[in-house]
Design a protein around this ligand. Sequence first.
Ligand code: UT7
Length: 309
Amino acid sequence: MGTKILGTGVYLPEKVLTNFDLEKLVDTSDEWITTRTGIKERRIAESETVTQMATEASIKALRDANISAEELDLIILATLTPEKRFPSTACLVQARIGAKGVYAFDISAACSGFLYALDIADSFIKSRKAEKVLIIGAEKLSEAVDWSDRATCVLFGDGAGAVVVVKSDDESDVIASRMYSEGTLEELLYADKCGYIRMKGRELFKTAVRNMEEVCREVLQKAQVNPEEVSLVIPHQANVRIINAMVEKLGIPKEKVIVNIDKYGNTSAASIPIALHEAVKEGRVKRGDLILMTAMGGGLTWGAILLRY
Ligand code: UT7
């Protein structure tokens, strides 16, 4: 028995905020942002709430998977910008898509949230507690950004991605995974008392490259797969230089790596499902491919998943 990705969907707000727009807001430049991060523009939710973005992405993923909301057993939503303290955003989405009788909850693992959610979904499926699971990464980071802090406000964007995963009997499966948390490194990336994102960028950069490289190696070793056998890497989109440094250390060519940070910036928990969706729709993923996903974020949290699509 395996865990199979059956459908994907995204919601991206229409409003585009370019680096040139940011030049008018803070002391920055398109040149600085592009060369240091790879970001050219990001999407900003205006009227949309995080629940609405998550709901839209979910409806599209369910349609793509050809599954109705009533068939779902479980909804896991990853976000660091929940709509309310409670109920969970997962419950708010559950009501809007009409998923009756499900088990729904949010998880808080910042940028690693989607991988944590996929890992939990895989465990539920393999322990026979669920057969059809909706996992969502959704963020309205524009509300968590201090728009006067040039060190962070240029980095983030809004959006949502959803994935339907199901029990399957074919070769598709989550082959190996490993998640980590290290709360002693909280000060590298956290929300301050006002809820604004604060980070020690330079230190975080080095930690991100090292941790993601190591956890990818651990997962590949667990699965007895060589880096050359990986068809595609779908990394969290925090900085193109982090992605390039990490895959170079793994010996995986850039052609096998999905990068869309130029269009959306860092969308935290939404970044991997959005990148996965685009990779599938662009025909860059075929059934049977080996896909390596990795992320690191506030917590710190980090992890990697190797799956056969
Ligand atoms: O998603 C969770 C994981 N997130 C990450 O892993 C993010 C990791 N960190 C990074 O991606 C990078 O560290 C940043 C993109 C955040 C920053 O890039 P950097 O190359 O590490 O720059 P820095 O923080 O060392 O700053 C270099 C200079 C500083 O000026 P001085 O001190 O050299 O005079 C900053 O004040 O760039 C300055 N700076 C800016 N200049 C123009 C910082 N932000 C900006 C800006 N525009 N927006």
